[in-house]
Design a protein around this ligand. Structure first.
Ligand code: 3HC
Ligand code: NAI
Length: 655
């Protein structure tokens, strides 16, 4: 097989070019090719060397698919060492994203240049790892302790200009990168620029208290994860030890992290996320429907966030509400959310102005006559939704995609009221919809292939992680929440308090315990949905008597200031003895014996309830693959990424 690496001489410059689609990951063949080219360049007439990549990006890092296989020489640290040891100046020329081991290679080069829109970063922490080819040591020497800690503990890439201001790159090249890099390398030779090895540079001054500050804040932010703490230790070693000793600390930490269940879980999620976007039975050559304009029906909690998600991707939105007053309210919630994003520094005023200009409102369905897609987000009432879909059938142009954001309702039944069920699909966003990454795309019995393909593509455009679900009550996520919720109700009646259940789950890693989640989502949503069920469908009153009583007592959850907990202005949940009494009373009425329940039992029973339902969902073909269920729980329900999702956790008995 031809090597993905080529080497050629252009005058006095030796040029190493790598072409290993899709992202120039540093597979064995790539490492070997570069290693050989560097060796060849040491003995030829070149006076400087340029390393660059073809395709859409500079190296995206180590090849993650090789992590579970035996390591083949040269390893990445050997390659990085060979680059830095070169007796001729090496220039790294970066475009796209220079990440992980890819950026570590650039850090070992003697000079670094990049295109203006290039990004560089060390995202290993997102895989439960840390840079393992000198990244912690060289970044600290070049950019200082604080910048290094920020870059490596966050894993978030930075743009070229920022990297330059931090001293991580030297030059930004506008125009043709390769010819710019070759010209610069020629200039470096002419100037007799020194071989500048980052491993030999001194660490800029720093405040020694910084390491403890980061350790404390990371213990809170990255609960239970080991990689962030090891990163701090490696950066501290860079600042306080020789390069060789620091490198040894980094290497040991990398090996320990690589062997951790946390990294196994996070690497599983990396691939699962990419897999989720693939729909197994769609023809490859399918032609998508263009989606440039979208109508949103309902400007409540969900409609506003959904509108923002589309506008933020440059898609024109028309929001329909029931009255002028409701429309003004809906649009003002959007304005408030945007103002919040500016305040938190997430968006600039200019960005917000351009996104907001894409959102208009109307109370007239005729405004939807020309839109490419509609997302309905009105109250969770099946009759209302059907009435709206009939209206959409009347007003929307042929070929418009008609989506419902229903949490539970039968998408096929909604589609059946239209004359075009093939255009109907579910798009189940999560709250707050402009922030949460998950989107369940519900494929109805008659949903056309091109509708599904178009919705998956637009999901990517609006930066959601889309997972396909079949039609069933609650789809993947909320369906699994049913037994999870039931188990939490059983645990309450059997003797645990809301506080005990939530803190057991949160200590295990869930972003929020189940009862706090129900309070946040609003207990009235399930209550209303239950009213459409027969007594038989509702099941044992054990599972819903307490939440029913809470709703009937006006405790809808956080939005009404009380649910399983009471909430003060700052949204802090406080235990309420009234609720505990209510639980005890229901337990007595239903004849449930109360006892001490351990935190371990709480976790075991709740997670098993998720996994058992997940297995049924797979057996019924509602989810395409087990890893899709993991993605739903990680991105939609605050399941800890370090545990790889419920199905991965169950299959691998992690941690
Ligand atoms: N190794 C192996 N495969 C990789 C990969 C990697 N580092 N990075 C991406 N891929 C694969 C993806 O799995 C996907 O495969 P598929 O098409 O079969 O599903 C394909 O490349 C395209 O990836 P994306 O869909 O993610 O493409 P995007 O254009 O959306 O994003 C990217 C490109 C920003 C480079 C993104 O892929 C990314 O963030 N990659 C991971 C970067 C990373 O974590 N690097 C660090 C690796 S660990 C390391 O370097 C250790 C070292 O310190 C020793
Ligand atoms: P909401 O009550 O906040 O908003 C509903 C909005 O729809 C109201 O502003 C109302 O005025 C408007 N509306 C009602 N009838 C209308 C009509 N005929 N035409 C135009 N507008 C109309 O409800 P929310 O929470 O936004 O939920 C909407 C849908 O999204 C529901 O189906 C719900 O199940 C689903 N959902 C809700 C989530 C949540 O966390 N709140 C999460 C995911 C989905």
């Amino acid at each position: 097989m031809a090597s993905p690496v080529s080497y050629r001489l252009e005058g006095i410059i030796g040029i190493i070019t790598v072409d290993s689609p899709p992202v120039n990951a540093l597979s064995h063949a790539v490492r070997e090719g570069i290693f050989d080219a560097i060796s060849e360049a040491q003995g030829d007439s070149s006076e400087a060397i340029v390393i660059s990549c073809d395709g859409r990006t500079f190296f995206a890092g180590a090849d993650i698919t090789e992590f579970d296989k035996p390591l083949k020489d040269p390893g990445l640290p050997d390659l990085v060492k060979a680059i830095e040891a070169s007796s001729k100046p090496v220039v790294a020329a970066m475009h796209g994203t220079a990440l992980g081991g890819g950026f570590e290679m650039a850090l070992a080069a003697h000079y670094r240049c990049a295109m203006p829109f290039a990004k560089v970063g060390l995202p290993e922490v997102k895989l439960g790892l840390l840079p393992g080819a000198g990244g912690t040591q060289r970044t600290t020497r070049l950019a200082g302790v604080k910048a290094s800690l920020d870059l490596i503990t966050s894993g978030v890439p930075i743009v070229a200009a920022k990297a330059k201001s931090l001293g991580l790159i030297d030059k930004i090249i506008d125009g043709n990168l390769l010819s710019g890099a070759i010209a610069w390398a020629g200039q470096l030779v002419a100037d007799q620029a020194p071989i500048r090895r980052s491993s030999e540079q001194a660490v800029p001054e720093y405040d020694a208290a910084i390491f403890e500050e980061y350790r404390t804040s990371l213990r809170r932010r990255a609960r239970g994860q080991i990689a962030p703490g090891r990163i701090v230790a490696a950066v501290e070693a860079a600042a306080t030890m020789s390069f060789t000793d620091g490198l040894a600390i980094e290497k040991q930490a990398f090996l320990d992290c690589m062997a951790s269940p946390e990294s196994a879980g996070m690497r599983h999620i990396f691939f699962a996320e990419r897999e989720a976007s693939k729909v197994d039975d769609l023809p490859r050559d399918i032609v998508q429907r263009p989606i440039e304009t979208v109508g949103i029906i309902g400007g409540g909690t969900m409609g506003g966030g959904i509108a923002m998600s589309f506008a933020n991707a440059g898609i024109q939105v028309t929001m329909i509400e029931i009255s002028d007053e409701a429309l003004v309210r809906g649009l003002s919630i959007i304005d408030r959310n945007y103002a919040g994003s500016v305040k938190r520094g997430k968006l600039s005023e200019k960005q917000v102005a351009s996104y907001r200009a894409l959102i208009s409102g109307s109370t007239d369905y005729a405004a939807l006559a020309d839109v490419d897609m509609v997302v309905e987000a009105v109250f969770e009432n099946p009759d209302l939704k059907k009435k709206i879909f009939k209206q959409l059938d009347d007003v929307c142009k042929p070929g418009a995609i008609l989506a419902t954001n229903t949490s539970y309702q039968d998408v096929d039944a909604i589609a059946a009221v239209t004359s075009r069920p093939e255009d109907v699909v579910g798009m189940h966003f999560f709250s707050p919809a402009h922030i949460m990454k998950l989107l369940e795309v519900v494929r109805g019995e008659k949903t056309a292939d091109d509708v599904l393909a178009s919705v998956m593509a637009v999901a990517k455009k609006i930066r959601k992680v889309a997972v396909v679900s079949g039609v069933c009550y609650g789809f993947i996520g909320n369906r699994m929440l049913q037994p999870y919720g039931k188990t939490s109700q059983m645990l309450l009646l059997e003797g645990a308090t809301p506080q005990q259940i939530d803190s057991a789950m949160e200590s295990w890693g869930m972003a929020m315990g189940p009862l706090r989640v129900f309070d946040l989502a609003g207990l009235d949503i399930d209550y209303t949905a239950r009213q459409a069920l027969t007594d038989e469908q509702k099941g044992d009153p054990m599972f819903y008597r307490v939440p029913d009583l809470l709703v009937e007592a006006g405790r809808m959850g956080q939005k009404s200031g009380a649910g399983f907990y009471t909430y003060e202005g700052n949204r802090k949940a406080t235990s309420d003895p009234v609720v505990n009494k209510m639980i005890e009373k229901v337990a007595a009425e239903l004849g449930v014996e109360r006892r001490e329940i351990s935190d371990g039992e709480i976790v075991e029973r709740l997670i098993s309830s998720l996994v058992d339902e997940g297995r049924k969902i797979l057996d019924e073909g509602i989810a395409q693959r087990s890893s899709d269920i993991d993605i739903v729980y990680i991105y939609g329900y605050g399941f800890p990424a370090a545990r790889g999702g419920p199905m991965f956790y169950a299959d691998n008995a992690v941690g």
